[in-house]
Structure formats: structure tokens, C-alpha cells
Design a protein around this ligand. Structure first.
Ligand SMILES: C[S@@+](CC[C@H](N)C(=O)[O-])C[C@H]1O[C@@H](n2cnc3c(N)ncnc32)[C@H](O)[C@@H]1O
Length: 223
């Protein structure tokens, strides 16, 4: 195993998973997650860990004074289409004085004290279990006592079934790799039980678990 810079995970020589390619645009957001976010009480400080293409950024920002967004530097600095405009994430959010941007290394070093964290479809994009554990611990260490994190992973869907049987797919650990023109993608199928057990091992107490259409939503408290 080797983790290259910018969230490129080298599974073996020549097989590198570039997780930044996994992020979906705002137009492909989950209705259930949007309604869940809209019902949250307002807090002072939140963090969206693995923010991707800012899919849930506006919805999270509506319920917090300050929002920290975290991703790899490549995801934050590369030109991409965001809400129909070609720009970078750093440039797009620089217009808001309520959003702070950190790459993963900057965030690890930050003395944060967040009320609430989000880690949405991030763990399942990471092929190494040790790295998933490390992320959960970093998030927990940045929460205030009784601060909470919402973990979401998709562990079952009909697309996965179809993709898994494609000729360019191969099994890897708890998921599968797809070899495409843009390089390798990884889809980890983390079951609700294993997500809960990982969160407990990272020191969280589980507050609420909800399953919907092959995704699991786990609210975990720092304690
Ligand atoms: C599938 S995308 C999800 C993005 C966003 N949360 C969403 O739901 O639209 C996974 C994201 O995790 C990021 N990521 C992967 N490993 C990471 C790490 N160690 N630290 C921070 N972000 C990471 C990737 O760059 C990518 O943007």
C-alpha cells in the first residue's frame, strides 16, 4: 500500500486510484440528505470533510455560521466545472467570508473545535481501511465535546451490481476497481455494521442510524 500525494492511492505499481474523480456535482444530490440537512438546528462551526465538488456546501452553510471545507489540494486547486462555471473550489468560495478552505494536511494541523462534521461518501472512495480509520480519528479530534459527525456511505445499489460485472471491473478488498480512460476508480461497499464498528473504534458513540435506498446515515458523537 502506498498513499501518494493529493489523495492518489497506489494499490500496486500502475494501479492508482484518483479519488478526486469520484465527486459528483450538486445536480446529483440526494433528496433525503438535503431534507435531513434542512432540518438541522443552527450551529456556530461545521466542517465538510471531503467536500468534493461542493455538492452539499450551500445546504450545510444554511445551518452554520462558519463552514470549513476540507479536501485534497488537487481537488481544491484544479480547474473544474462548479455550478456550470469553470473555476477552482478555492476561487469559488473566496467570495464568502463564512467559508474557510483547508487541504487535508492543513486540517490535520488545525486546532479546530467544530460543533458538527460531515463525511459524505468519502470513506467508500478510499481503498485502504487504515486511511479510513485515520480520517475518522482526525474528524473526532476536531469536534468539541458532544460534537457530532454525520457519516454517509452507499453500500448497495443497482449500478454497483452492473458495474461490478463489467469487463473493466475487478474486486479489491471490500469493493471493486473500475479501469477507465480517467484512470482507476474505487467503490468500497462499507456495510452499515462495519461503518458503525469503525466509528466506535475511532472513539465515537453512535447516536442514530438510518438506512435509505442503499445508503446508510450514521450520526456519531465525539462524547
Ligand atoms: C465521492 S467524493 C464525495 C464528495 C462530497 N462529499 C460529495 O458527497 O459530493 C470523495 C471525496 O473525498 C476526497 N478525499 C479522498 N481522500 C481524502 C482524504 N484523505 N482527505 C480529504 N479528502 C479526501 C476526494 O478528493 C473526493 O473529493
Amino acid at each position: 500500500m502506498s498513499e501518494r500525494g493529493s489523495m492518489h492511492y497506489e494499490i500496486r505499481p500502475g494501479i492508482v486510484v484518483k479519488t478526486e474523480n469520484a465527486a459528483k456535482p450538486e445536480s446529483q444530490s440526494s433528496a433525503l440528505l438535503r431534507s435531513l440537512l434542512a432540518d438541522l438546528p443552527h450551529v456556530s462551526a461545521s466542517v465538510d470533510f471531503g467536500c468534493g465538488k461542493l455538492r452539499y456546501c450551500d445546504a450545510v452553510l444554511d445551518k452554520t455560521d462558519i463552514l470549513a471545507i476540507v479536501d485534497s489540494e488537487i481537488q481544491l486547486s484544479r480547474m473544474q466545472i462548479l455550478k456550470g462555471t469553470t473555476s477552482t473550489i478555492r476561487e469559488t468560495v473566496s467570495r464568502s467570508n463564512r467559508i474557510q478552505v483547508y487541504n487535508d494536511l492543513e486540517f490535520t494541523k488545525l486546532n479546530g473545535d467544530f460543533d458538527r462534521a460531515f463525511c459524505i461518501n468519502v470513506l467508500s472512495a478510499i481503498p485502504f481501511i487504515s486511511k479510513r480509520r485515520q480520517i475518522m480519528k482526525v474528524i473526532r479530534s476536531h469536534l468539541r465535546p458532544n460534537g457530532t459527525c454525520l457519516y454517509v456511505v452507499q453500500y448497495r445499489n443497482s449500478d454497483f451490481h452492473r458495474m461490478r460485472s463489467m469487463p473493466n471491473a475487478r474486486s479489491w478488498r471490500d469493493g471493486f476497481l473500475i479501469d477507465s480512460l480517467r484512470g482507476f476508480s474505487f467503490y468500497g461497499l462499507i456495510s452499515p455494521d462495519s461503518l458503525i464498528s469503525m466509528a466506535r473504534k475511532a472513539g465515537f458513540a453512535i447516536c442514530q442510524v438510518r438506512r435509505n435506498e442503499g445508503s446508510v446515515y450514521v450520526w456519531a458523537s465525539r462524547r
